[in-house]
Design a binder for this molecule. Sequence first.
Ligand SMILES: C[S@@+](CC[C@H](N)C(=O)[O-])C[C@H]1O[C@@H](n2cnc3c(N)ncnc32)[C@H](O)[C@@H]1O
Length: 455
Amino acid sequence: MSSLTPFKDLVHRRCGLHLEGLAEARLVKAVEALQTDTDINDTSKLIAQLEQNEAMFDRFISQLTVNETYFYREPEALHWLADTYLPRRLAEKGKPLAIFSAGCSSGEEPYSVAIALLERYGERAKQLFHITGGDVDQQVLSKAQKGIYSGMSFRALNPALKHRYFHPEGRRFKIDDALRQWVTFCSFNVLQANADKLGPFDVILFRNVSIYFDEATRRDIQRHLKQLLEPHGILMCGVTETLGNDLGILELHQAQGVFFFQDSTLPSALPANDEPPYRDDPLPALAVLSETPPQPPENEPENESEHKQPMTSFNAALQQAHHLLNQNAFSEAAALLSDLLVQQPWSVDALLLAGLVARWQQNFADAYDCFKRAIYVAPECWPAHFFQAELFRLGELSDAPGQRKRGYAAVIRLLDASKQADGGLSVIAPPIPPGDAYFLATRYLGAQATTQGVG
Ligand SMILES: C[S@@+](CC[C@H](N)C(=O)[O-])C[C@H]1O[C@@H](n2cnc3c(N)ncnc32)[C@H](O)[C@@H]1O
C-alpha cells in the first residue's frame, strides 16, 4: 500500500475527491506541507490530526481542490437561464426563485448568474431571485465573499459588463457592493448535502465539479442534489460532464442546445417548444478520421468581429479540453474535442489535443491521423511532429525509422529557427515545453544527428 493511500481514502470518504493521476502530485505537496507544519512524519498520527482538527483539514483540502473558474464560463447556459428558463418558471410560480451554485469556487459562477439576471431584470432581479454559492474549500469561499478578482477571471466577460459591475481596486477589480451583498455564500460539501439545512432550489448549477469524482460518488452526489431540488427544479452540469452524469437518477433534457437534468418521476414540466430529449440527439463521435488526403478550409471567416462570440466559447472549450486531458479525464476530453472538430475540423489546437487523447486511449492509429492532419494544416506544428515520432519510437505503431527520424528532425529544425515557437497553436500552450521537446528529439535522433537530409 502506498504511503499516500490513507490520505487518499480520507479525502475520498470526506469530500469524494478522487486523487489519482496528475492529482497525486498535489497530494504529495499537501502531505509534505502538513509534515513541515506539524513536524510529524508518521502517517497514522497525521491522519488522526486531520480527523480531529477541522481547520487543519480545511487547509489540507484547499491544496487538493481544483478551483479553476471565470466569469461567464459556458455563457450559453447562463443566457438560456436568464432569458428563457427563469422567466418562464417565475411566471409559473409567481414567487421568488432560488438558485444555487454547488462548488462555486471563488464566486465567479454565482456572480455571473447575478449579472445575467441584472441585465435582464434590472434592480428588480434582487427581489425576484435568491442566489447562493457553496463550496467545500473555505479559502475560495472567503475570496468569493471579498469579491476581488484579477485578470484571468475576466477572460470570457464582455468588457462592458466588467466596466458596469466592477471597479478597480489597485491592480485588481472589486465587484459592485450591492451585487456582492445580494449573493450569499456558505460552506457546503456536496457529499453531505442536507435538505434540512439547505434549499430547496429551482436551479442547481453543478458545473465543472463532477469531473473530480468517480462514478459511484457521482451517483451519491446526484441523489443528494435531487433532494435539494424543488419539484421540477433543474440541475445543470458543465458541457463536458453531461454524459458522465446521465446516471439514471435524474432525466437528461435538452432545450435550445443547453442540457439539464430534471426529476423524471414527476409529470413532465418541460417548457413548451423545447427540442427533443438529449438521447435523441447524441453528441457526434470523435470526428471520423479517414485516409482521405486532408483538405484544408477554402474560406476562412473574413470578418473576425462577426465570429467573436463563437470563437470565444470555442477557445474556452479548447482550454477545457486541455484541462480535462491534464486531469486524465480522457473520455470527457474526447467527447468535447469531437464536438469541437465538428465545428472546426482544421483547428490545429483541437487536432493536437485529439491526437494526445486518442493516444492515451490506446487508439494509436487515430492519434497518428490527428497529428498528420495537424501537420498538414500547420507544418510548423512541432508538437505534432514530436508526438507522431513518439508513436513509432515507443512501438505504439510499427516502426517506420525514416518517418520517426524526420519527425524528430522537424522538431529540431523548427525550434532551431525559434526557440519559443508556438507550433501554430493559437489557444493552448504546447503540451510539452519546447526546451524538453528539443532536448528529447536531439537525444532520440542520436547524439550526432543533424537535420541534414531528414528535415
Ligand atoms: C473547477 S471548480 C468549478 C467552479 C465553478 N462551478 C465553475 O464551473 O467555474 C470546482 C470546485 O468544486 C469544489 N469542490 C470539490 N469537491 C467538493 C465537494 N465535495 N463539495 C463541494 N464543493 C467541492 C472545489 O473546491 C472547487 O472550488
